[in-house]
Design a protein around this ligand. Structure first.
Ligand code: LLP
Length: 382
């Protein structure tokens, strides 16, 4: 909740910056912890959503594991207090350097996406005289009904092992003396808001469980990945973790001794962050009023890259409602946060909040146009 008191404090801070409401983050984590404890499922936070060291530290203090896609993420996670034995390493293109470092760090599991990747991990593990635990990331061909750039579980996607290749994978397993298969992994996309999608995933997982059992392969873990969406129109609303956990409980048939893992990213950090900016100029187009703000696509690229919708608020005006295109200063027409949205009459110096920006915001910032990277401000510091 951004209160009047907080807005007064914003006036004294150089914009643009990410504002993280730690009470929101903690109350989200309370729910995740409660649901995980009740269900016995293990949540690994997807570090790629937000790897700010303070945020990571708070998340690790709730006992979550981490899901990482580079060794830099793994070291940031370890630095923040995550236990290496609860870190999974995903990604279609892991480098030898990162695989070696992850083996040395003693991570929990590599989520493997191809036979060539398994060959390399096996070889590097042998050189370190280690056994690498692996889970097979399988492409379940489930349509996620989300933006195409963040859909990952359909045919001819670069992600995951195709089911037609599983026979080959199983045949090759006996060659890999330094790999131990412990489970299967899925991730079909991000910002999934139709719960029925997860139901379809559960049905596919049950079918695959039967297949693995018929090949006498014991799977200790089933990892369903991330993907639970947030409500970008209602920044105060938490994702419905209870519904999500209940759905998994109802529709996945776990075998005795199996543990279910999840990898939530956006659903944990999305609603705690806002990008705070100031209006530089109001410019008249022929038919459009442009509110040019000092945050740009370099600070938050989601609208430019995925046509993503973020709720935008003018925190300092109570004037009559007009319609504006809210744009950044970067030399690209795609540097547009929203078109023709209603805002109270907006003027130079007004403070603008772009809400639900705690996930895939700060982490995706760049220095294009040699702009400064946005800073992070925490609710308990101001
Ligand atoms: N697990 C794996 C293997 C993933 O690839 C991802 C996200 C997650 C977990 C976490 O998913 P989440 O719970 O956050 O949906 N930059 C995009 C999102 C990219 C997601 C990539 N993978 C955006 O801003 O919408």
């Amino acid at each position: 909740m951004i209160t009047n008191n907080t807005i007064d404090k914003f006036k004294r801070i150089e914009t643009p910056f990410y504002y993280y409401d730690l009470d929101v983050l903690k109350s989200t984590l309370d729910v995740v912890k409660k649901e995980s404890d009740n269900s016995g499922y293990k949540a690994h936070y997807a570090v790629k959503a937000n790897s700010n060291p303070r945020i990571l530290k708070i998340i690790s203090s709730y006992g979550l594991g981490a899901d990482c896609v580079s060794f830099n993420e793994i070291s940031a996670a370890i630095e923040a207090g995550f236990n290496p034995s609860e870190i999974v390493f995903a990604g279609v293109g892991k480098t030898d350097k990162d695989i070696n470092a992850a083996l040395s760090a003693g991570i929990f599991c590599f989520n493997c996406e191809s036979i060539p990747e398994m060959e390399v991990i096996d070889e590097l593990a042998a050189k370190q005289s280690k056994i690498a635990r692996i889970a097979l990331r399988i492409n379940p061909y489930v349509e996620a009904h989300t933006h195409k750039y963040i859909t990952t579980g359909i045919e001819e996607s670069k992600f995951g092992i195709n089911t037609w290749e599983l026979d080959n994978v199983i045949k090759r397993l006996s060659d890999f003396k330094n790999l131990k298969l412990i489970g299967i992994h899925f991730h079909i996309g991000s910002q999934i808001t139709r719960m029925s999608v997860f139901k379809s995933l559960c049905a596919r997982i049950n079918e695959l469980q039967v297949w693995f059992a018929s090949h006498n392969i014991v799977l200790e873990i089933i990892n369903v990945g991330g993907g639970l969406g947030i409500d970008y129109e209602n920044p105060e609303k938490d994702p419905d973790f209870h519904e999500y956990f209940s759905l998994l409980h109802e529709f996945i048939d776990l075998l005795p001794g199996q543990k279910l893992h999840i990898e939530p990213g956006r659903s944990i950090t999305g609603q705690c962050g806002s990008l705070i900016s100031k209006v530089l100029f109001i410019k008249n187009g022929s038919n459009t009023l442009f509110a040019i703000i000092d945050a740009g696509m370099t600070d938050l690229i989601r609208p430019a890259l995925y046509q993503a919708h973020h709720k935008i608020e003018n925190l300092t005006s109570t004037g009559n409602i007009f319609r504006y295109d809210v744009v950044g200063p970067v030399c690209e027409s795609s540097d547009t946060f929203a078109k023709y949205i209603e805002l109270p009459e907006t003027a130079r110096g007004d403070i603008i909040a772009i809400r639900s920006a705690g996930a895939y915001g700060e982490v995706m910032a760049s220095r294009y146009n040699l702009r400064d990277l946005p800073k992070a401000v925490f609710s308990d510091e101001i």
